[in-house]
Design a binder for this molecule. Structure first.
Ligand code: ZN
Length: 131
């Protein structure tokens, strides 16, 4: 009898952890996605300014490329930040998947209907050989 309750409690604990991991992952990844979107907006705004200034130079007939150096640097900086954030997001997804995946081991179903671990060789319910 106590074995049954232990199993139930264990299952509940695992379920709760999974929900916690899922919701934390959702909060974290939403935050990073927001940051990436902000960076992309800054990048677009900067590119627009650059394009406008470049066109103004074309109209006035004087090209001074040095004038853009700061903006090019800023642009590079933003792109690097976006890259880092995307990596962070990827790692976050992987970490969450690992935890959630570990807590829900894959099962296979025997022809008798019993659910068994994916690496089970024989059915513990009916004794059939499993592939
Ligand atoms: Zn079976």
């Amino acid at each position: 009898m106590s074995d049954f309750f232990d199993k139930l409690k264990k299952g509940l604990d695992e379920g709760l952890t999974k929900v916690k991991v899922k919701s934390k992952h959702l909060v974290d990844s939403t935050k990073i996605k927001g940051e990436i979107s902000n960076l992309n907006q800054r990048k677009s705004a900067l590119l627009l300014t650059l394009g406008t200034e470049f066109y103004d130079m074309y109209k006035s007939g004087t090209f001074v490329i040095d004038k853009f150096k700061d903006k090019f640097n800023e642009l590079e900086n933003i792109e690097k930040q976006i890259e880092l954030k995307e990596k962070e997001l990827e790692e976050l997804d992987k970490a969450a998947e690992e935890i959630i995946g570990k807590q829900s081991p894959k099962l296979k179903k025997c022809s008798c209907g019993a659910e068994l671990p994916i690496d089970a060789k024989f059915c513990t319910s009916c004794g059939s050989k499993l592939d």
